[in-house]
Structure formats: C-alpha cells, structure tokens
Design a protein around this ligand. Sequence first.
Ligand SMILES: *Cc1c(COP(=O)(O)O)cnc(C)c1O
Length: 350
Amino acid sequence: MSFDLSKIVRGNIKSLKPYSSARHEFSGNASIFLDANENAYGTPLEEDYNRYPDPLQWQLKFQLARIKGVPAENIFVGNGSDEVIDLAFRIFCDPGKDNVIVCPPTYGMYEVSAGINDVAVRKVFLTDDHQLNVPAVLGAIDEHTKLLFICSPNNPTGNNMRGEDVERLLTSFDGLVIIDEAYINYSRQRSFIFELTKFPNLVVMQTLSKAWGMAALRIGFCFASMDIIDLFNKVKPPYNINEASQQLATEALQNTALVNGWISETVEQRQRLSIELTQFRFVKNVFPSDANFLLVRVADSDALYDFLTGEKIVVRNRSKEPGCENCLRITIGAPVENKKLIQAFKKFEE
Ligand SMILES: *Cc1c(COP(=O)(O)O)cnc(C)c1O
C-alpha cells in the first residue's frame, strides 16, 4: 500500500479557508495593539490576561521540542488529548460514511469522539494476552477506514503493544495510525516519536496529564509530519490553549528532574504493589504494567469495589469491559496511599 495524505483528508477541509486572527495577520514590531478589540486597561488580577494568547503556542512547543528531541514544527498542542482525538475525526472522517478501528479493551474516548462525529467504529478485540490481533485488524480495513487507534501502554490493561505488530500495521494501512502514548513515561518500551520520519502515516499522541502532573491545565499534544500538523492547525479553534496554561506548562517543563524522580518512584511502587497484591487469595491476576496503574483480576470485583469505597478508597471498576471480567484498575498512589490500599485488602480478606 502507499500512503497519500491528500487522499484521506475530507473534501471540505481541503478547501477550507481557515480563520485568520488579528495576531496572524500582523507580524512585525509594534507597541500599540488596537487590532483585536481587547481591553487595553488590563485585568482585575495580579497578572494581566487581557491579550489573546499565541495561537501556535511557540514557547511551549520549543520546550517540548527540546525535551522530546522532535522539531517544534512537528508538534501540535491540543486542549487535552481529547481535542487531538476530536480534530482527527473532523479532519479525516466523513460523517455517516467513513469508519475507524479501535482495539478494546481500550480508552473510551476514541469511541465517544467517533459517536459525536457520526463515524462508525470497527472493534477488533485484543488477543487474550492483550496484544493487537494484526490479521483481524488488517481484515477489518476497507476503503472507508481512515484512522486506526492504538493505545500503548494500553489503558486499562497496562501493557505495551508489541513494536513489530505496530510497525506491520503502519506499513500495511494507508490511513493514519494514531498511537496514544499517554503513559509512555512509565514504559520500558521506546516511544514511536523516533519513527516519525520512517512512517508518513504515523501520529503519536502524548499528554501532560499523567507523568507531568498537569491534568488540570488540559495540555495534550501530537507529533506527526508537518503536512499533518498543518491540517490540525487549520481546523483547531484559533486560541485553543489559554495563556495561563501555556505559561504554567512552559515553566513546569523546565523541571524535568522532579518529574523524573516521581516516575522512578511510581515504577518502584508499581513493582512493589504488584508483588504485594499477588499474595492475596482472592486476587487471581495482577497483569504486567508499563503504566502508572495496575489491572487486577479478583474473585468478585463488585464486592471488592464496594468494600474499598466503604474504606474511602476509590478505584476504577472495569469489569464490564471485554476481557476484563472481575477486573479493577488501580492507580499507583503515593507510598502512604498504597499502604492504606494494602491494609484495606487485608481487611477484606479477613
Ligand atoms: C489519561 C489518558 C489520556 C489523557 O487525556 P488528556 O485529555 O490529555 O487529559 C489520553 N489517553 C489515554 C489512553 C489516557 O488514559
């Protein structure tokens, strides 16, 4: 197969003339800005937020580029990964006609976004060992298949998808392969951002919501070819990332040492918790994890869930997901929280 980006973009997006903001149209040096109907007096706060933010978030992108080793031009920043996912549907999928492939059990937002955009979802379930069913994915592709979502490490199973399976899909599918790497900082596997030059149909999503500890700022991003990034920029709302989030995230990205410390600690706690949880008689399986959570199969997930809630500990009941019968998804907490979790498990066993 051969990938041709122009063949998979929706006709209305190809011919779209994007909104041109005041800050877009003027580039030069000026000291008086009377072009955007802003309030020239200021903001009733310590900091001023009266000016529209940079539509392309260059300062933030330069920081990301430095940390990730990918040129800033190959980065798109969204209002959370959720915006990146939604834009992918709106750029590539004709409602009521096109379809996408997802591999459950996986992140629920791909299907929700598909539903909002009236795009059909083809579900190709993971194998029993939570890996991609490559022949079944290839069999599900037709001429209307535009996107393939791969979550690695996968939520809620916690494992990485095998690299060679992902590469096979990248080479044999001529739509976009979107790899969601929300948990990549906790993974032993290398990120696919290093393969961007090799695969023109690759989009890698990451986020500041997990390891970076900035879920409330709503910063998700994707890495892709400049042609793909241009399409995202064309369709996004002009000021999709607010100034406060841009500034705070740019500042936080300087502190890699602190974040790397948390990542090591989380991985250590994951290892410990995994061993400790395995000791309980009612725990049937603790699935291997490359993320900051564990998927745990127990004898009766609903009973344990209710008991933990009574102990004021809330986990995620995933038992209704395909292949996750009697499974709870438990986030790795701070050491004291993990201790309390173990104590609650002990109390439940009595
Ligand atoms: C948490 C999570 C995200 C992050 O979404 P944001 O909108 O960036 O907060 C993305 N993908 C998966 C699989 C997740 O679990």
